[in-house]
Structure formats: structure tokens, C-alpha cells
Design a protein around this ligand. Structure first.
Ligand SMILES: [Zn+2]
Ligand SMILES: [Zn+2]
Length: 393
């Protein structure tokens, strides 16, 4: 067990027997990460936990993900709490003492913490169901990492009748016990692009007998980096990153095909359109200049995440009861919770999960989300559920 981990033995004032149960759940989930839409064991485990506590499971036509419901004593508004459940194809190198047993996969985004916290809140809210007015749906959503889970949940009709929804993401830039609730854009919109170049391959010693994609591709990769610095407003945050390059298979042949992929991040629809259109224009111009052809495949993955200002302000005003409210530091990561927020009033929170100097970011093999964030995460879910039920009734 690492020193960093042991030093974080303070679990806040959360009921210690509840916390012990949650630590066991977190350990199991952390050790058994599964990829998007393949969360079969994770779903079975979550169903078992909910069932063991007497919480009603709902049938939704999806292979993975778990859906449950807590019905208050009196009828009232209908809200949902959401946690995401998938892991990543990352080989774990963190200092968490109980590493992933599914070698090559890791909860490197801390979704194990989100599931654990939502279970903790579910147990808590269920035990107080006699005092609740309304219905709370629990959504353990699959496939957040590929940006397709929220859409699948909505297509399956799992959100029908839901008047407001709340969710979290752990954030290692904040300390455990800290929380930030977004009344302005919190997480960037995300798109994926793929550029394919088609040339006339040739002998490497006879470049003049063909065209070849390599020099055009190098020019494109550098040139597109001017879109954010020269075309986007310096007052807006935006990113255009190239992340994958393909081309060639042997040293003495100029290939006919090559390509690269990447992602764009933005906080407004206007910036998305600007990044997309400038990318297309540059690729078209450069490929024409080099005498080859190119195509750009652009896929919108998620919208920028913006919480409902009124509900978010209301929820934020109660944070003092369980955590320390911080200013939002917007994230350039995407989050498919934005798909819900696009449709229904939503509240989203960053829950501090590390905050130490030199900590590792989400998706790093060394990412460490500290258990100490759980009381705050549970507090957000339970408090927000109660606030929303009261506000909407
Ligand atoms: Zn992630
Ligand atoms: Zn995540």
C-alpha cells in the first residue's frame, strides 16, 4: 500500500459503518473494470447490491447498465440520479492498493467512485423513503467513455417522465471535500475527426512517378494547429488535437494512402462550426496544392455540458451542509451527461478526488481517485435529490 494512500485515511464525518461498506464496494468495482457496452459483470454486481438492499430494479431494454427506482411515500415529482459505469483500456500503474484484476483495463476515469457513491446515496435515500415525496430513478449508465451511453439510455426510454437529472464527475484537480457546481459551461463539447488521404503510390526512388500522401499529411498536421491560435477567438477555450497517424508499411515504397485522426473540444456551437469548417477548408486546400485528394469525416460526440442555471444555483446554495463549494474550473474533457442536459434540466458537479501536487490526471495509468471523495459524492446525490423533489413539487 502506498504512502500516498495511507496518508488519506481521513474519511470525513460520513457514518463509518456505511463508509466501510462503500469502501468494499469501491474496491470490488475498481478491481473489475469493463469497457463501454461490455459492462456485464459490473451490471450484475450493481443489480445484486441494489436487490440486497431491497431497491426496486427496472427493466430497460439495454444489454448493460442498471436502472432502479426509489418511490417515496407520497406521489410527487420524478427525478433521476446518474452515474457512469465503464472503464478504459489502460494498464493500471496507480498507487491504489487493490489494482484492476482485469489486466489491460482500468477505472482510470474514476467511474468506480461514481457507481459507489450512487449506491451509497441509493441506500441512504431508500432508508428514508417514507419521508420522500416523489420518485427517484437511479441510472447506472453504460458507455460514457465512447460518448454513446446517454443516447442509448434515452433511446431505450429510460428517462421518460423525468423532470430533472443530476450527475457527478470526480475531479482530481480539487481536494476531497471540495465540490464545484456548474452554473456556466463546465465541460467541453467533443467531436472526433478522421482525415483520409488518397495519392498515387510509387517507388521511393522515383517520387516523380507518383504523388504520395506523406508531405501533405505533415503540412496538414502543422497547419491545422493554427485554427485555434489564428481563427478561434482568443477569449474562447478550444482545442484541436491530432492523436493518431497512419501511413506506409515499408521504407522503400511511397504509399498511396495515409491518414490521421483527432478530436476537437469547444464550449459553444459557433466554435464547433468554426473548427469543423476551417479544418475542412485547410485539408481541401492543402490536398489540392499537393495534387492528391482527401476526405474529412467529422463526428459530433457530445455537446458542451451546461447545467440548468436556476437548479444549479439552488443546489450550490446547499453545499455547505456536506462540502466546501469551489469555483468551477471548466474541463476540456467531454461528458455525455450533456446529452441529458440538452433535453431536461440538469445539475452536474465536480467532486474533488485528489488535489495533491503532482497528482495524475483522469485517464492516466497512474490516476488515483481517493476514497475520501465518497462522502462528498454521496452528499451531493442525496442532498440534490431532496432539493429537486422539494423544488419541483
Ligand atoms: Zn473518461
Ligand atoms: Zn469519466
Amino acid at each position: 500500500m502506498s504512502r500516498e494512500y495511507l496518508e488519506n485515511a481521513d474519511r470525513g464525518d460520513y457514518n463509518s459503518s456505511n463508509m466501510a461498506e462503500l469502501l468494499g464496494i469501491r474496491k470490488y468495482l475498481h478491481q473489475h473494470p469493463e469497457l463501454a457496452f461490455k459492462e456485464y459483470d459490473t451490471s450484475a454486481y450493481l443489480r445484486q447490491q441494489l436487490d440486497d438492499h431491497g431497491i426496486e430494479l427496472r427493466r430497460v431494454n439495454l444489454d448493460t447498465g442498471v436502472f432502479a427506482r426509489i418511490t417515496g411515500r407520497r406521489p410527487g415529482p420524478h427525478i433521476a440520479l446518474r452515474a457512469d459505469i465503464d472503464g478504459l483500456p489502460v494498464v493500471e500503474e496507480s498507487s491504489y492498493p487493490d489494482h484492476s484484476l482485469n489486466i489491460g483495463y482500468m477505472h482510470a476515469c474514476g467511474h468506480d467512485l461514481h457507481m459507489t457513491a450512487l449506491l451509497g446515496a441509493a441506500f441512504d435515500l431508500y432508508s428514508r423513503r417514507e419521508s420522500l415525496q416523489g420518485t427517484i430513478d437511479l441510472i447506472f449508465q453504460p458507455a460514457e467513455e465512447i460518448g454513446k451511453g446517454a443516447q442509448a439510455v434515452m433511446r431505450a426510454g429510460a428517462l421518460e417522465g423525468v423532470q430533472a437529472i443530476a450527475g457527478i464527475h470526480n475531479n482530481p484537480d480539487y481536494l476531497p471535500g471540495q465540490i464545484a457546481i456548474g452554473t456556466e459551461p463546465m465541460m467541453a463539447g467533443c467531436a472526433r475527426f478522421a482525415v483520409k488521404l488518397h495519392a498515387e503510390g510509387t517507388h521511393a526512388g522515383y517520387p516523380h512517378k507518383g504523388t504520395g500522401p506523406m508531405e501533405a499529411m505533415a503540412t496538414m498536421m502543422l497547419s491545422t494547429q493554427t485554427i485555434v491560435s489564428r481563427n478561434a477567438s482568443p477569449f474562447h477555450s478550444a482545442v484541436l488535437s491530432i492523436t493518431e497517424v497512419h501511413g506506409g508499411s515499408v521504407w522503400n515504397v511511397v504509399p498511396a494512402e495515409a491518414g490521421f485522426m483527432g478530436t476537437a473540444r469547444f464550449f459553444t456551437e459557433g466554435d464547433k462550426v468554426l473548427l469543423r469548417d476551417r479544418l475542412r477548408a485547410q485539408i481541401a486546400g492543402i490536398s489540392e496544392g499537393y495534387g492528391i485528394s482527401a476526405e474529412v469525416d467529422w463526428e459530433d460526440i457530445s455537446n458542451p455540458l451546461v447545467g440548468d442555471p436556476q437548479l444549479s444555483t439552488l443546489v450550490a446554495s446547499h453545499v455547505g451542509e456536506y462540502a466546501s463549494l469551489q469555483k468551477i474550473q471548466p474541463s476540456m474533457a467531454g461528458e455525455d451527461f450533456s446529452d441529458y442536459a440538452h433535453q431536461i434540466p440538469a445539475v452536474f458537479a465536480f467532486v474533488g478526488s485528489n488535489g495533491r501536487p503532482g497528482h495524475h490526471n483522469l485517464h492516466s495509468p497512474k490516476f488515483l481517485g481517493l476514497d475520501d471523495c465518497l462522502p462528498t459524492a454521496v452528499g451531493f446525490y442525496t442532498s440534490t435529490a431532496e432539493i429537486l423533489l422539494q423544488y419541483l413539487s
